[in-house]
Write a protein that binds this ligand. Structure first.
Ligand SMILES: Cc1cc2nc3c(=O)[nH]c(=O)nc-3n(C[C@H](O)[C@H](O)[C@H](O)COP(=O)(O)O)c2cc1C
Length: 222
């Protein structure tokens, strides 16, 4: 797939076909994605690739935690409540998704069902969990994990796959840590749902908005 086409057409996929991704394909994607740049080429990442019964177990455990509505405590702290334009964009996103999914604002049950689907990696057949050494917690670390995550998302498109980078899947890291025997020395950074997109799934029709360049770029000498 041509690079600009991939960048422009990538979107978060929240509904998947129940078709497992071949192991070789997932390996190829990760191999390619490790070409992502990182601060001082530290490559501060490791992958846990999930499918089948183990993924089912993780989904169930994360979903159960969500259902208890305990306070969230991800290894990478959640951002504080947003204000101003950042809050507006967040609200716009939620409204658009709920509209497509036919979930009314006051329909707590349906909203909750959606949250639980999010906890279950949107029922994707596979998932990638990115971990990093706890000792590497430098301010630059999230940049490196960010370039990696986007590279995974773009590389996946070459194989007809969709992804959703999901902080929500790692809000309760201890359950994932326990099932997958991840040592305390590793931070669980983020989960990525991956699979073949179900293009009939309403939320996959979403084209999220972007601020026009004129509002965010300042030019000097060009
Ligand atoms: C760090 C990060 C965390 C995210 N966490 C979630 C999440 O927990 N749940 C979710 O549905 N989407 C999540 N997303 C996807 C964003 O909502 C999405 O990228 C944004 O709305 C723009 O839409 P697009 O990806 O379709 O272009 C996350 C994206 C990033 C980069």
């Amino acid at each position: 797939m041509e690079v600009l086409e991939a960048i422009k057409s990538r979107k978060s996929i929240r509904g998947y076909k129940p078709v497992p991704v071949p192991q070789e394909t997932l390996a190829q994607i990760l191999e390619i994605a490790t070409r992502a740049p990182s601060s001082d080429n530290t490559q501060p990442w490791e992958f846990i690739v999930l499918g089948g019964e183990v993924l089912d177990e993780v989904k169930k455990a994360v979903e159960e935690k969500f259902a208890l509505e305990e306070e969230l405590h991800p290894d990478f702290e959640r951002e504080p409540p947003r204000t101003g334009v950042y809050r507006s964009r967040q609200v716009e996103l939620a409204k658009s998704v709920f509209q497509l999914m036919n979930i009314a604002r006051e329909d707590k049950e349906k909203r909750n069902t959606w949250m639980l689907k999010m906890a279950r990696f949107f029922d994707a057949p596979n998932a990638i969990i990115i971990t990093t050494d706890r000792e590497l917690s430098t301010p630059m670390l999230p940049f490196s994990l960010g370039t990696l995550s986007q590279t995974i998302a773009l590389a996946a498109m070459n194989f007809g796959l969709g992804t959703c980078i999901e902080h929500a899947t790692v809000f309760y890291p201890e359950v994932i840590r326990q099932i997958l025997s991840i040592p305390e020395s590793k931070k669980i950074a983020i989960g990525i749902a991956i699979g073949y997109p179900d293009w009939d799934f309403p939320a996959n029709k979403l084209q999220s908005t972007r601020e026009p360049l004129i509002n965010i770029a300042t030019w000097y000498g060009v």
